[in-house]
Ligand binder design. Structure first.
Ligand code: MG
Length: 350
């Protein structure tokens, strides 16, 4: 089995942050407004005023935090099986960064020490309300009927942690999303992204990775809507020319299956041209930062370093912390190095 390289781990999360920042500048703008502002080609570069990564990247980091804390706990105390609670606590820590009381979650660890994670950048209503309820949803006990894209946009680290086994990645991606999103398309889209990332970082082709993730999706109840969105994206990616009008035919991206499908469409259109891929992913009238973030996650897992154009490297905020998190995921989940005292302070298991 191919061991995933560290640069794929880093690029999966960093290209996600770049896509998030590109899209956040135009998240609530219709296509017409984007063209008025930036010209006929729409947003055509990372702008100095558009380098802020948003809730998509923030929540992705908190997903990674949970995975690292759960692994540390398991290695340290021999207590496996705590991941659902640890994920919930991590998302409660994220909620705390958005101005809510910390509640039952421990306030320890690296992320809460970083002031740049406390910016409020259009956090998703479903994530906020589900977490503020204090109850964690599950696939068996849905917390609501939401299929917003807040589950899938934070799922990529699950694919990195469970890189050995796409089935586990799918399952845990869905479980992590179901904490806040109870509709199958809200959590199955997250499972799909995690499985896709797991396959890609092991060096599988995009085609092979989709085949594995498709098969896992088909096994799940109520998968039809998500599968249909993906099939539509693939069909459109083989038809005519890529354009904002065409990606809008895939959807708007406010819901999980559309955000996933629009990201996949962009990667299928430009698998070797990260700049074109990420700009295609964000130039539309829908949820641009989430479609950009997910497209970046997929592209980074697939291409490694090449997924980020040289002049965009290091230009997005949360860059350093995102890189640290990706490196730690690789150190502990791939290289299997123990948690030294420094790492244990960043990701406490207790
Ligand atoms: Mg956002």
């Amino acid at each position: 089995m191919n061991l995933p390289s560290r640069d794929r781990f880093e690029a999966c999360l960093l290209a996600g942050a770049v896509g998030d920042a590109l899209g956040y500048l135009i998240e609530f703008d219709k296509l017409e407004r984007i063209r008025q502002q930036f010209g006929p080609a729409g947003l055509d570069d990372l702008r100095p005023e558009g380098t802020a990564a948003s809730d998509d990247t923030q929540m992705t980091l908190f997903t990674a935090e949970a995975l690292l804390r759960a692994l540390n706990r398991e290695l340290e105390k021999g207590i496996p099986g705590a991941l659902p609670d640890i994920l919930h606590h991590s998302y409660l820590r994220w909620l705390h960064t958005q101005g809510h009381p910390l509640g039952a979650a421990p306030g320890s660890g690296l992320l809460l020490q970083r002031p740049e994670l406390f910016h409020r950048r259009a956090p998703g209503n479903t994530c906020v309300s589900a977490l503020a309820s204090g109850t964690a949803g599950t696939v068996a006990m849905p917390i609501n009927n939401s299929k917003g894209c807040g589950g899938v946009m934070r799922a990529a680290p699950v694919g990195l942690a469970f890189w050995r086994d796409a089935r586990l990645a799918f399952d845990w991606g869905a479980k992590a999303a179901a904490i806040t999103h109870g509709h199958p398309s809200g959590y199955l889209s997250a499972g799909y992204l995690a499985a896709l990332v797991a396959e890609l970082v092991r060096g599988r082709s995009l085609e092979q990775a989709q085949a594995v993730a498709d098969a896992l999706l088909r096994e799940r109840e109520k998968h039809e809507e998500t599968l249909h969105a993906l099939e539509k994206a693939r069909l459109l990616a083989r038809t005519g020319e890529p354009s904002p009008e065409q990606i809008e035919q895939v959807g708007q991206g406010w819901v999980g299956e559309e955000a996933l499908a629009m990201a996949l469409y962009s990667v299928l259109r430009f698998p070797d041209d990260p700049r074109a891929c990420l700009l295609l992913a964000v130039n539309h009238g829908g949820d641009s930062d989430s479609t950009g973030a997910i497209a970046g996650n997929i592209l980074g897992a697939m291409l490694g370093d090449r997924a980020i154009p040289a002049d965009w490297r290091g230009k997005v905020d949360l860059w350093d912390i995102t890189q640290t998190v990706a490196q730690d995921l690789h150190t502990h989940f791939v290289a299997h190095r123990p948690f030294d005292p420094e790492a244990a302070r960043r990701w406490p298991g207790g």
